[in-house]
Structure formats: C-alpha cells, structure tokens
Write a protein that binds this ligand. Structure first.
Ligand code: ZN
Length: 63
C-alpha cells in the first residue's frame, strides 16, 4: 500500500484550495472528487475509467 494520499480530484487533479472536494471510499480506498466532477461519477462513471478501479461495474444514475 502506498501512503500517498493525494488530496486531489481523481478527474482533474485540483486540490481543495481550488475546488470543493468530496471524499468517498471505494473498494476500501479513499478517493476525492470535486464538485465539478461529482456529476460525472454519478451519471457517467465510465468516463472515470483508469482513474477508478472497475468503473465498468458501476452503473450511472439515470433518470
Ligand atoms: Zn475535478
């Protein structure tokens, strides 16, 4: 396990001095995502492929 806990958005890499960040847990790991990209996680998680593991297993919230 790496101890690097980068406190930046998984999508854009900005930190909380630039954008509000949400922290969440997934597969036992901590991730952060900014308010701008939270909708991506909710609606189009596939766009986060390569940034989150197993995103293909996530289903976007669809109305
Ligand atoms: Zn972001």
């Amino acid at each position: 396990m790496t101890k690097k806990d980068k406190k930046t958005c998984i999508h854009c890499g900005r930190d909380n001095s630039q954008v509000p960040l949400f922290a969440f847990r997934y597969q036992g790991k901590k991730f952060r995502i900014c308010t701008e990209h939270l909708p991506t996680l909710l609606h189009k998680p596939q766009d986060l492929a390569g940034k989150l593991p197993d995103v293909e297993n996530l289903r976007g919230v669809d109305d």
